[in-house]
Design a protein around this ligand. Structure first.
Ligand SMILES: NC(=O)c1ccc[n+]([C@@H]2O[C@H](COP(=O)([O-])OP(=O)(O)OC[C@H]3O[C@@H](n4cnc5c(N)ncnc54)[C@H](OP(=O)(O)O)[C@@H]3O)[C@@H](O)[C@H]2O)c1
Length: 279
């Protein structure tokens, strides 16, 4: 039977890169997202059976995060349907040091389906494809947990790892921890982007309470405020999370990409350029 991959979050930071690599290798890929056809929405399990039809390999990336209420039930239902549909291998994207996510990892481990779990540190691409992009463009970043060293991991490396673990059965049953090769505080990360772009980008450390208050004043949903607070305090605040692993190099045979290299490559694409105004 020919492999058929369902890549959930297939238009997102990791999923799009995994799908592209698999397609380049000639694999058949179905994207799982609300804008795909057939559509996949975590809010509508009634459509999941149809999306899983003929799928042999499943990449699970949950939205917005495996730690949120409802994730356990949703992943349980999906994995049960995947088994009924004949899925042979699952790769689950999880968070490194994210204790709340581990309950969901257990569903995959106990499923009876071959699996590999990839626990990732914070992605470098949060600065270019997610919520840290806007303050970089504005020229000023204010964040809590400013003393923590974060070994940001590059989504390109995550995708290389995901493809390798999908296609090589020696990774079945393993859980890997993916990190970059060097830790950066938020201030150092901002300085690295500033140096790469030649732009003046400021950084102000703020307390978690102050950051939370700003999110509330902006009218962000309470669940979003809870999640961001959790990710800062429980994930970034967890000292284990600054530990650097060699898993990327061990799996794909080359060193993980450093944040400085990421920043320089991204800067050269112009993604962080701001238009200069002429008077
Ligand atoms: N960012 C980090 O630093 C980090 C670190 C460790 C782990 N993680 C985990 O990574 C996961 C996110 O993965 P990612 O960053 O690759 O994805 P992402 O960039 O956040 O992409 C979002 C993708 O999910 C789809 N999507 C959004 N809402 C959806 C919904 N309700 N139902 C179905 N699909 C939905 C989007 O497509 P549509 O809009 O078309 O639906 C898109 O394809 C989360 O579980 C997060 O906890 C993130």
């Amino acid at each position: 039977m020919k492999n058929q991959f369902l890549i959930l979050g297939g238009t997102g930071k990791t999923g799009s890169r995994i799908a592209k690599r698999l397609q380049e290798r000639g694999e058949t890929v179905r994207l799982g997202s609300r804008s795909a056809n057939p559509a996949f929405s975590w809010e509508d399990p009634s459509k999941w059976e149809a999306v899983l039809e003929d799928i042999t390999h499943l990449y699970i990336t949950y939205q917005p995060d495996l730690a949120v209420p409802g994730a356990y039930e949703a992943v349980s239902t999906l994995v049960k349907l995947a088994k009924e549909a004949g899925v042979k291998k699952i790769v689950l994207l999880s968070g490194k040091g994210e204790t709340e996510a581990q309950r969901c990892e257990g569903i995959v481990r106990d499923s009876g389906i071959d699996y590999t779990i990839i626990q990732c540190n914070w992605f470098s691409q949060n600065w270019s494809e997610s919520f840290l992009m806007e303050p970089v463009l504005e020229g000023h970043v204010a964040l809590p947990m400013s003393d923590s060293k974060i070994p940001f991991v590059d989504a390109e490396d995550i995708a290389d790892v995901a493809v390798e673990v999908f296609l090589n059965p020696k990774h079945n049953g393993n859980t890997y921890e993916l990190t970059g090769p060097k830790g950066y505080t938020f201030k150092e990360a901002v300085a690295t982007i500033a140096a790469a772009t030649g732009r003046d980008i400021g950084f102000t450390p703020v307390s978690m309470e102050a950051y939370k208050e700003v999110m509330q004043q902006m009218g962000l949903p309470e669940t979003y405020v809870w999640l961001i607070t959790y990710l800062f305090t429980e994930v970034i605040g967890n000292p284990d999370n600054s530990i650097i692993t060699q898993d990327i190099e061990n799996i794909i045979g080359r060193p993980a990409k450093d944040f400085k290299q990421y920043a320089e490559e991204l800067a050269s694409t112009g993604v962080w350029d701001v238009p200069t105004t002429t008077l």
